[in-house]
Design a binder for this molecule. Sequence first.
Ligand code: AMP
Length: 490
Amino acid sequence: MRRKRRRKKIILNENNNSNSTAETSGFAQLGISGALLAAATRVGFEHPKPIQTLAIPPYLEGRDVLGLAQTGSGKTAAFALPILSRIVALGTKRLPRTARALILAPTRELAVQIEEVFRDLAKGLHLSTALVLGGVSRGGQVKRLHAGVDVLVATPGRLVDLVREKDVSLAETRFLVLDEADRMLDMGFLPDVKRLVKATHRDRQTSLFSATMPTEIAALADTLLKDPIRVEAAPQGTTASEIVQSVVMARTRQKRGILAGMLADKAMGPVLIFARTKHGADIVTRNLERDGFAAAVIHGNKSQNARQRALNGFRDGSVRILVATDIAARGIDVPGISHVINYDLPDEAESYVHRIGRTGRNGADGIAITLCDPGEVSKLRQVERIARMRLPVTASHLDQPDPAAQPRERPVKAEGAGEREHRRPNGSRPANKAGRNGASGKPAGQRQEQGAGENRHALPRQLMDKPGEKKPFRNRKRRGNFRRQASQAA
Ligand code: AMP
């Protein structure tokens, strides 16, 4: 018979609880053991964050936890500290080729980061950690698992392979965490996650953490949890108040020049730029380089080494500008990112919250600017619903002349017209005679649309450009090609 759920929900909002117990109690009052208490102090965690205050005590009691907290608000330690405490308290030995705790994360970069937090906290406790992720050789991972580990942090795909090939067994895994749980339970990851969950110990303690939790995913999450306690450090989907958010209305073909103008401001610190697709991220990076800005790029088509190199360069300050797809939207903790710029609106509104959470971390200030083409306004409205706020439009470039909307005239061949290429002040090339861009053969002004992939057919009437402009596709076949390319999201 199905056990009756004793559901508890606790909400603590950081913004209106500045004098909360979180600030005054300390980790000891939350039940963290001596060795772990010392570890928390050693890594600089003096006072628990609200999500830690809420999640740690029930976790230590053995309860399943569904934790919702803003990105950058200390979620990792909210599960790392009690898991390590519980493993220490067990006092048992790990068995070969097993893992006592398993943390699943949706991206390799996030997995790397989580494992670092565990490793840091576990120093001197004689606990072992391991990392399993795709894109790198599996030999070292298998070797590390041979003696068994206390904490295994993994992305699902590679771990499924290792479990199938019996390089590791999850039969002894009694602590399971799905970080960025809504992402882990969406269609892309679900089959692998289900397989892995099934392979863990029956009496496991499960916790799910995320900044966003759409209703349909929450229902699915419920099926994984037993008698869960739901804790919210702030209403889900909300963004840290330290992040100043704004929207700049601009046609896609204007975005390159606007971005270059923004980045020319030397006062801008490390900047993370999000593009919607891998191809779009490459185009933005290439254009930045053409416009004189050194930038690194990170997306799913890059090798894992290239991805980690780009991220490390960004982290150590040798790279000021990082262009990324939503692969870098979740969980990545790079202190000091001053600006997040959304070159495109994300396909999934939730991603906006995760993207801008890369700035304003751990109480710091941050600025998030979204460049919004009229065709992206419906996505902007969805974002506003998720973020539960109206995003202020601080500038609009829509009233500036749109070169692509001008009637096509046969240019009079002027002096110097035979030169191979002119550059506009923003560095882009003007349309040639046929109204096509010389490099891509696309109708003038559409070179960037391919990367940005906005749906011009969804233009709201009041924001529509001049009639006749709304014809980016000549025929169905072209539109089909375009949609296929645009759907290659991160
Ligand atoms: P997370 O949300 O887990 O990525 O954490 C965001 C940042 O907050 C990281 O840089 C952590 O090191 C930091 N952090 C987490 N918990 C605490 C704490 N109790 N005191 C100070 N910093 C913390």
